[in-house]
Design a protein around this ligand. Structure first.
Ligand SMILES: [Zn+2]
Length: 358
């Protein structure tokens, strides 16, 4: 982000073997090597009945969900929840289609919603959201509380809240609102260069049958086709018949259509960064090229894939992807696992469980 530099985080270890971080078994070994101790501490902390609430703040399409889900997989699937406000609203949309569930929802809101907008207006705006009218923060809070109760007491990663500037201060009291006693709350701020987001959107393709998402430039399948000098991915999901993957309409525009949202997200991150009294975890997705040797193992850098054709053979070349960060510095973008290592280690610190006595 411009004018707000998160510290670099060192994940390099001496003599690390090379891991393929896209392979789940190798990823497991990678995490054991680089954060085995911290993962054990987190597991013990959770096993003893402790929880925490972490607010994930990053720009749209910055991969917030990916990091939280990976941490959950690695640390404790049963005691950690990743909870997205966006998914929650989509679920509510479904409830509204079912008359019985709709009545239940109204009953719940009559009891739990407090705010400036009358409940009838709320129901109307929920049902006609094509008008892109904003849902009031008080409603989001009531719905989030209901959703969290449903899931039972777990450590939570909340994705998509705060979403508006007026919601940042709500996050200070949210823990009390959902009755999480004195369990710690943490802001997890994520810095991903806009060019990274832009390229991810521009190069992403999906399978028209199974909706698997990949990237021609950054995450190809094993099967590649060529036609008239252009290269295409073929879906390699074993449960799919494997058609050619296609770009979604509008993706060729990259971040252009969401630029306003990205600017607002940046303001949110900066405002959250300036909050006092709540611990913060700072994650960065990029490392300047000239610092990479010191901080990273080579295999932690996101590669880009370049294709060429010789006769009937398609050659795929892999090389470190270079991209400018928001200050214009030539940088590498990190694979998700090293970012998750940084998240795990910082979590252990802010939870105060890093001493060897634990
Ligand atoms: Zn498919």
């Amino acid at each position: 982000m411009k004018d707000l530099n998160f510290p670099l985080f060192k994940t390099k270890v001496d003599n690390s073997p090379k891991f393929d971080l896209t392979d789940s078994a190798q990823r497991q070994k990678y995490f054991d090597l680089k954060a085995g101790k911290e993962i054990k501490k987190l597991r013990n902390y959770l096993k003893q009945g402790n929880t925490f609430i972490a607010y994930l703040l990053g720009k749209k399409n910055s991969g917030k969900g990916t990091y939280a889900k990976m941490l959950k997989e690695i640390v404790d699937k049963d005691r950690i929840e990743h909870f997205s406000i966006g998914d929650m609203i989509r679920e509510v949309d479904k409830e509204l289609q079912d008359p019985e569930k709709k009545q239940e929802l109204i009953k719940f809101l009559e009891k739990n919603y407090r705010g400036f907008m009358p409940l009838q207006d709320i129901m109307n705006s929920l049902e006609n959201r094509s008008t892109s009218k904003l849902l009031p923060s008080e409603l989001i809070l009531a719905l989030a509380k209901r959703e969290i109760k449903k899931r039972g007491r777990k450590a939570l990663f909340i994705d998509g809240f705060p979403r508006e500037l007026d919601q940042v201060s709500y996050s200070l009291f949210f823990r009390d609102l959902i009755e999480y006693r004195d369990d710690p709350d943490i802001l997890v701020l994520i810095d991903v260069p806009e060019r990274v987001i832009d390229e991810r959107i521009k190069s992403r393709v999906i399978c028209p049958l199974c909706q698997t998402s990949r990237s021609l430039k950054l995450l190809p399948t094993k099967k590649i086709e060529e036609e008239q000098g252009k290269f295409y991915l073929t879906c390699d999901n074993s449960e799919c018949s494997g058609p050619r993957m296609v770009q979604k309409e509008g993706d060729e525009l990259g971040i252009k259509p969401i630029k306003q949202r990205l600017d607002l997200d940046e303001k949110l991150i900066k405002q959250a960064f300036s909050l006092h009294g709540i611990p913060k975890v700072l994650l960065r997705n990029s490392v300047p090229v000239d610092r990479a040797k010191e901080y990273l193992d080579d295999y932690e850098i996101t590669p880009e894939y370049v294709y060429s054709k010789k006769g009937n053979n398609i050659k795929v070349k892999e090389k470190p992807w270079q991209v400018q960060d928001d200050e214009g510095v030539a940088s590498y973008s990190l694979m998700p696992p090293p970012v998750v290592i940084s998240l795990i280690k910082q979590l252990v610190k802010v939870l105060g469980i890093d001493s060897n006595l634990q």
